[in-house]
Design a protein around this ligand. Structure first.
Ligand code: THU
Length: 275
């Protein structure tokens, strides 16, 4: 397992250790590679990265990320080093209208790909490397959103009112503008009137004016993945047929589906002649 050493000399806020570890693990898994030694990651100022570029590459220019590959396989020796300049990430976020944090993630992925053998010294190689790094970032950001939504669904179990089944379900529905609506199942002494967590969050969201959604996470305390019931699938389908559904189980481990995959033949009202 890779040991990651993080150094911060830049005054800019940099990625947390937990996010760095998640990115390194994710990229290694996607690239099917393992890092055999220590990985050193440093966040430095523009001044410092310019000095490094001058000293090691004989170019007196500002840059965004530098990688040094040592390749030692001894676990306590540094296998590779990535130097990231957060100020550059801030500049890119400004230029491209992106999030500063995500530009830092991209620089880290770029540096890591260099250590794993990618090269951008000619136009063809550059194109391959850039498309790989963009794809990896996109994939990573989706996973981050999914993980976060499942966490919010877990927290939403506290909103459940389930004194009869003692089976609290939490749901978190991500709206098209990124906001998350949380809720739990609401039961009734007249059992059949109980409403599942999925419909609770959907009705809550639709009554707030939302009409399309990106993903929905559902969690119960069971060790089985919590799937939406047939009635909820029909109701959800009305708004977002291709909705991403995250079915989680106790502990937060989850599976990913789309609604149309779980519910391929919904009831649909198609007005015909004479209707
Ligand atoms: N329930 C949900 O809230 N969502 C599901 O996906 C399945 C079941 C609720 C309904 C009831 O309050 C309790 O779980 C036990 O069936």
């Amino acid at each position: 397992m890779v040991t990651i050493v993080v150094n911060r000399s830049s005054k800019e806020t940099a990625l947390s250790r937990a996010i760095i570890k998640k990115i390194v693990d994710f990229v290694c898994e996607q690239e099917n590679r393992e890092i055999p030694g220590k990985l050193s990651i440093a966040f430095v100022s523009l001044e410092e990265i310019r000095t490094l570029k001058k000293e090691f590459f004989h170019q007196n220019i500002e840059t965004d990320v530098i990688s040094f590959f040592y390749g030692t396989e001894e676990p306590d020796k540094v296998w590779g080093e990535i130097i990231v300049c957060p100020e550059k990430a801030r500049e890119y976020a400004h230029t491209y209208g992106t999030r500063y944090e995500n530009e830092q993630k991209l620089l880290l992925i770029h540096g890591l790909l260099h250590l794993l053998g990618y090269d951008d010294t000619d136009a063809d190689k550059k194109q391959i490397m850039e498309s790989r790094q963009n794809h990896l970032l996109e994939h990573f950001l989706i996973i981050e959103k999914r993980d976060h939504l499942v966490l919010l669904a877990q927290k939403a179990q506290q909103y459940a009112y389930a004194p009869y089944s003692l089976f609290p379900v939490g749901a978190a529905l991500e709206t098209c503008n990124g906001r998350v609506i949380q809720g739990g199942n609401i039961e009734n002494a007249s059992y059949g009137l109980s409403v599942c967590a999925e419909r609770v969050v959907l009705f809550k969201a639709v009554s707030m004016g939302y009409a399309t959604f990106t993903r929905l996470a559902i969690v119960s305390s069971s060790q089985d993945y919590c799937f939406p019931c047939g009635a909820c699938r029909q109701v959800l389908y009305e708004f977002t047929p291709h909705l991403e559904i995250l079915t989680a189980r106790r502990g937060g481990d989850y599976q990913v589906y789309t609604l149309d995959e779980l519910f391929p033949h919904p009831f649909q009202l198609k007005p015909e002649k004479g209707f």
